[in-house]
Design a protein around this ligand. Structure first.
Ligand SMILES: Nc1nc2c(c(=O)[nH]1)N[C@H]1C(S)=C(S)[C@@H](COP(=O)(O)OP(=O)(O)OC[C@H]3O[C@@H](n4cnc5c(=O)[nH]c(N)nc54)[C@H](O)[C@@H]3O)O[C@H]1N2
Ligand SMILES: Nc1nc2c(c(=O)[nH]1)N[C@H]1C(S)=C(S)[C@@H](COP(=O)(O)OP(=O)(O)OC[C@H]3O[C@@H](n4cnc5c(=O)[nH]c(N)nc54)[C@H](O)[C@@H]3O)O[C@H]1N2
Ligand SMILES: [Mo]
Length: 760
């Protein structure tokens, strides 16, 4: 079954494989960072930029949403944050000449890696009806086209306004205000594909869809469970917090089908000793089967209930609801079946239990390994049950910690980017602006694709991101997008979404986090909220990539003026001139932001938003208490001879932005079309290491989807499981395969068959 990899990409995808590494960060990471940064920015700009990352007078790292902490290092960034910064602060430029040289058909054949490598977009561009390439357009004309198409719709609900989570609070607030003033709640966002399952489960059980711990809590914990997360690559600064917690005596359990380097060993490049010695972070590694987490937590809960004195009865009595029903379900759980779903042994679960019982303060951290399954919401509810049983919410060193992805994804939601806004939010918005927001729900990401596919939506506007690159079922989604009348992308860099267009298309180039933003009232800053609910300012310091760029708030303000015209009483011009005036409005609409500007001025490091369960053990749920839930245990059923595939990130990518073709910690070099399979599973399928195979996903309606030409890598993942990179494998995820309740694409549980490759 050995064949050659598929060609067709200007960068030949020819993966080389070495044994995976056991330690993350350290000196090799520092060297790698500087090489990537200097290739994009040169030496001077590298120094000028990297020293401002996450400093109180600098900009928020556009990488992940991990908080900064109060005592900042001179270099408060990580290898992957530096790559994110370099990608944005690059000196390479995509000018109108570039578009003249590359017709749409050419762009559509390029890889995401190639597109991203071309540099920052300098000029607004228009693809006219029937044209074969983008041409430069004035901002005025661009906004006139948007107005033309939006006002021609038969209902505002035929427009979709997508947001990716890098957008600042100020821009996000304006965008949702504009959408609602225009008349729709169609505000899908990247969160729909990311932590929506966490939000759904937490809102229902503790009354707020956000994490309940601070950095200090992590440092004080006795036990930290890290489930379904690869912090060594995706949240490297989290490893410093885990290291600190460990130094203070905490134990760490990691729950993952893959042994991930950062959780095994971590060499902190910011402490001198870290450069020399690698500390093993994980005390117990539970190599779970994909989708087995609800079963695992159910078994732990069953054992806690069977242990004399293990339940915090006072907490349960005073602060919770639904305990009886939950305990009945947990006690009734069948050992053998539930254990089989985890792929673990009873001894391993008992070792975990010992650590759980020895801990007075427990935190559970999680990311996409828990949120992107059909049964993600009940899984996260079971995590909440686990914490509630021992009173681990609302006291120091304990709580829920969903680790967010995009640097301001949490803030965008707080600002009202949500297709199902709370009535109280809309009431406040309407009162402040004298508008009447629609009360019916809008479309999330998956529903937006279906609406485009079915002709129910006709204009697609994206504030950042790479919608067709990030969403599931690539062929279906791209066909849907091509049916739009107009597609508009506010972007810093080129990506796949610029090549898959509606009848007309616009690219609106914008300032990034690192760019200096000067408006009529002077230099501006924006604000963001991190994964732990801390709000702080972000100021870019680099001269913008081109004089033709507009900031995101300016783009929304001008679009609003063009579309709403004299009928709008909202002071859009003022908002563009001075972002403090936007913050004054946020202060009056969004709870927790009272005196926003004054508090920012008084707290250069930022301030914390209120969180009732954390701050006062108050649970603003429907019952007024924290809710236990009693769902049946679910897990993916995989037919004989098939594997359960998870789609995940390599070390050299930021979502659909590919920095390079290596995945250093996993030992992969020079290519991304790899599938990691347990050697015993591979042997049973007759697949040698180095063989090439097609991945064919099988969906319940009998349909199949194929991703051709993946190199098989024998890898110590859990039995029956496989892993391959996103976005190359999005083509395999059926649009209808989503999580119950949250509707998040189930990108971590795809049933696949590995089939001889004919694509070479
Ligand atoms: N450098 C870098 N940083 C990033 C990003 C990036 O692409 N690059 N993306 C950002 C974004 S938007 C996000 S959301 C986060 C994503 O951060 P992560 O969630 O860490 O990202 P993934 O690569 O999707 O990794 C999922 C992890 O869950 C494990 N897993 C998969 N299935 C299961 C399961 O069923 N159970 C358990 N217990 N584990 C499972 C996988 O083996 C893997 O370790 O990172 C953010 N930070
Ligand atoms: N199969 C599979 N699919 C997944 C996932 C998975 O694990 N598996 N993960 C999901 C997750 S967690 C997420 S969050 C989504 C990510 O979905 P998105 O957020 O839509 O995708 P990104 O790749 O982060 O978007 C990158 C683009 O954003 C633009 N950009 C960068 N910075 C800025 C800026 O400052 N302003 C503006 N306006 N634009 C900017 C650039 O043009 C860049 O090309 O993907 C989801 N899709
Ligand atoms: Mo994400």
């Amino acid at each position: 079954m050995v064949s050659k990899p598929p060609a067709g990409d200007p960068v030949q995808d020819a993966p080389q494989v070495a044994p995976p590494q056991h330690a993350a960060a350290g000196l090799p990471a520092v060297g790698h960072t500087l090489r990537i940064a200097q290739a994009q920015m040169g030496v001077r700009r590298t120094a000028q930029t990297l020293l401002k990352v996450n400093q109180k007078d600098g900009f928020d790292c556009p990488g992940c949403a991990w908080p900064e902490g109060d005592k900042r290092h001179v270099a408060e960034f990580c290898e992957n944050g530096a790559k994110a910064v370099a990608e944005e602060a690059t000196l390479r430029r995509v000018t109108p000449d570039f578009f003249a040289a590359h017709p749409l058909s050419d762009l559509a054949n390029r890889s995401g890696y190639w597109l991203g490598q071309q540099g920052r977009i300098t000029t607004p561009m228009l693809l006219n009806e029937g044209a074969d390439r983008y041409e430069a357009v004035t901002w005025e004309r661009a906004f006139a086209i948007i107005a033309e198409e939006l006002t021609a719709l038969s209902s505002p609900d035929e427009a979709l306004f997508y947001t990716s989570g890098r957008t600042s609070n100020e821009a996000a607030f304006l965008l949702q205000l504009f959408a609602r003033e225009f008349g729709t709640n169609n505000l899908p966002d990247c969160s729909n594909m990311c932590h929506e399952s966490s939000g759904s489960a937490l809102n229902e059980t503790i009354g707020i869809g956000k994490g309940s711990v601070s950095l200090e809590d992590l440092h004080q914990a006795d036990l930290i469970v890290v489930a379904g997360q690869n912090p060594g690559t995706n949240h490297p600064r989290m490893l410093s917090a885990l290291e600190k917690a460990k130094a203070a005596g905490a134990k760490i359990i990691s729950v993952n089908p893959l042994p991930e380097a950062g959780l095994e060993k971590f060499k902190n490049p910011q402490t001198p000793h870290g450069l020399l010695k690698g500390a093993s972070l994980t005390d117990l590694f539970l190599q779970i089967r994909i989708g087995g987490d609800q079963a695992l937590f159910r078994l732990l809960n069953k054992l806690i209930l069977e242990t004399e004195g293990a339940v915090d009865e006072e907490f349960v009595r005073d602060h919770t609801h639904g305990y009886e029903e939950f305990t009945a379900a947990a006690r009734a759980a069948d050992w053998d079946e539930t254990l089989a779903a985890t792929g673990l042994t009873r001894v391993e679960i008992e070792r975990a239990l010992e650590m759980v019982l020895a801990s007075e303060r427990t935190i559970v951290c999680w990311a996409m390994g828990l949120t992107q399954h059909k049964h993600s919401v009940p899984t996260i509810r079971e995590v909440v049950n686990f914490l509630l049983l021992r009173g681990n919410i609302g006291r120091p060193g304990a709580g829920v910690c969903p680790v967010r992805g995009h640097s301001n994804v949490q803030g965008d939601r707080t600002m009202g980017i949500f297709e199902r806004p709370a009535p109280a939010f809309l009431d406040a918005l309407d009162k402040e602006f004298g508008i009447v927001s629609p009360r019916h729900h809008g479309f999330d990401v998956v529903r937006s694709i279906q609406a485009l596919r079915d002709g129910e939506a006709k204009v697609f506007f994206a504030m950042g991101g790479n919608f067709v690159g990030a969403t599931p079922d690539t062929e279906v989604t791209e066909a849907a997008m091509r049916r739009a009348r107009l597609t508009v992308h506010v972007s810093t860099k080129l990506n796949r979404s610029h090549a898959v267009t509606g009848t007309r298309a616009l690219i609106l180039p914008t300032l990034g986090r690192t760019d200096k933003d000067v408006q009529k009232s002077g230099r501006q800053f924006v604000t963001v909220e991190d994964s732990m609910g801390l709000v702080h300012a972000s100021r870019g310091n680099l001269p913008p990539a081109s004089p033709d760029l507009l900031s995101e708030p300016a783009i929304v303000a001008r679009m609003a003026r063009a579309v709403l015209g004299a009928g709008s009483a909202t002071p859009w011009e003022e908002f563009e001139k001075d972002y403090a005036t936007i913050r004054d409005r946020i202060a009056r609409v969004v709870p927790g932001f009272e005196d926003f500007n004054a508090r920012l001025a008084a707290n250069p490091g930022g301030f914390a938003l209120p969180h009732a369960p954390r701050d006062e053990r108050r649970f603003p749920t429907a019952t007024g208490k924290a809710n236990f839930t009693a769902a049946p245990v679910e897990y993916p059923a995989v037919p004989e001879g098939r594997l359960l595939l998870q789609t995940l990130r390599s070390h050299d990518q930021y979502n659909t932005t590919i920095y390079g073709l290596d995945d250093r910690y996993r030992g992969i070099k020079g290519g991304r079309r790899v599938v990691l399979v347990h050697p015993a599973d591979a042997a049973a399928l007759g697949l040698a290491d180095g063989a090439y195979t097609d991945l064919v996903s099988e969906w319940t309606d009998g349909s199949e989807r194929r991703a051709p030409g993946f190199r098989v890598v024998h890898y110590p993942t859990a039995r029956g499981c496989a892993a391959a990179y996103y976005p190359e494998t999005n083509v395999l995820v059926p649009l209808e395969s989503t999580a119950d309740v949250s509707n998040t694409p189930a990108s971590k549980s795809v049933i696949v068959r590995l089939e001889q490759s004919h694509s070479a």
